[in-house]
Design a protein around this ligand. Structure first.
Ligand code: BGC
Length: 366
């Protein structure tokens, strides 16, 4: 344990004693010792707003100090926000990296100050100064998307050929390779057997080529423009797309917009379309038949896991982890806690997303 953390723990203990001594029935205090810097990528995606505000609320309700920053998907802004948090003396940094390759220098500074670093949802690469990683099982996310397509089309029974257009996530996001690998391990054998055909030719020959079809910054507009181009160039003769592999909801929303403008009709010839996150706009699309599924990641659970990490770290204990093999950041395998994601389709929106309180019925027009 660093000197700084020792002092923090000792101070917390002293505070607890003095509070106990002067508690003459005046009610419990909620002041806890510890301050946390939370660095999130962007407010432009619903999930990061929920993630950041959810974790901040958990910390503040427990009496910790929390500083929450969003970096507008700009790495230099994220780095300077983290620098400020280090300068302000946080004990712990929780970082959802914009570009997981660029944070090593600033985390070197954090390490010098004895700050514990938790990678949130996205791994931070190329540095030993990342202590823990909390995420959903990213490979599983892609696998659920691939298996959904396999089942819907009856691929295991030999059905086909079907026209597939695959997409991948942002090349600077370490998660995107896992999402793609999970899906492609299921789907590539069917591409090779000819049951799935990719008319655009945008079909990575192996998992390692995923970035060739990546959409930078996970932008809906870019996904829309990309599918517009593929449709104009490769479907001009009236061929139809049967299925689109989309790694997340923000891309799926752009893809759905492109399909609509190309004249596809829900319930008639709308392709199977995957997603991830349970964004409101995508859930509306699911209810309207414009998206087939989303891989739901209950960000409240991720917040609870990270909160548990923080409590353990501030108490000088080891946080609970459940994976010590999967996430090698190029310098070390980062001790991780992986949460299992789950599929939501039209029929399970009510039970999984609304009844659980993740979304309000009115958010999605129910
Ligand atoms: C997250 C996804 C999200 C994507 C775009 C990924 O790192 O795991 O949940 O859809 O970033 O923000």
């Amino acid at each position: 344990m660093s000197l700084k953390k020792l002092i923090a723990v000792a101070t917390a203990a002293a505070l607890a004693v003095s509070l106990a001594a002067c508690s003459t029935g005046g009610g419990a205090t909620t002041e806890s010792e510890g301050s946390v810097g939370i660095s999130m990528p962007t407010r432009s995606l619903e999930r990061w707003i929920n993630d950041g505000e959810g974790l901040k609320a958990l910390l503040e309700d427990a009496g910790y100090q929390a500083d929450l920053q969003y970096a507008d998907d700009k790495s230099d802004m994220q780095i300077s926000q983290i620098q400020n948090q280090i300068a302000s003396g946080v004990d712990i940094l929780v970082v959802a990296a914009i570009d997981g390759e660029l944070l090593a220098p600033v985390l070197e500074d954090a390490a010098e100050q004895g700050i514990t670093v938790i990678a949130y949802d996205r791994l931070i690469n190329g540095t030993e100064n990342v202590d823990y990683y909390a995420t959903f099982d990213n490979y599983k996310v892609g696998q659920l998307q691939g298996q959904f397509i396999e089942e819907q089309l009856g691929l295991a029974d030999g059905a086909g050929p079907f026209n597939l257009e695959p997409f991948a996530g942002s090349p600077d996001d370490n998660n995107a390779r896992f999402f793609f690998a999970g899906a492609w391990d299921v789907l590539l054998p069917y591409v090779e057997s000819g049951q799935l055909v990719v008319p655009s030719g945008k079909s990575p020959a192996s998992n390692d080529d995923w970035a060739s079809i990546g959409i930078l910054g996970w932008k809906s507009d870019s996904a829309q423009a990309e599918l517009d181009n593929r449709i104009a160039s490769f479907y001009a003769g009236g061929e139809k797309i049967d299925v689109v592999l989309s790694p997340n909801d923000s891309l799926a929303q752009g893809i759905a917009a492109s399909l609509s403008s190309a004249g596809y009709t829900p319930g008639v010839d709308w392709p199977i379309l995957t997603g991830q996150d349970g964004d409101k706009a995508s859930v509306v699309n699911i209810l309207d038949g414009k998206q087939s599924m989303t891989v739901w990641k209950d960000t409240r659970v991720l917040g609870e896991v990270v909160f548990g990490f923080i409590e353990a770290i501030l108490a000088g204990e080891e946080p609970e982890i459940n994976d010590t093999e999967t996430y090698n950041n190029g310098v070390k395998v980062v001790p991780s806690f992986l949460i299992t994601p789950e599929v939501v389709v039209k029929d399970s929106v009510q039970e999984k997303l609304i009844d659980s309180g993740f979304l309000k019925a009115s958010d999605v027009g129910l």
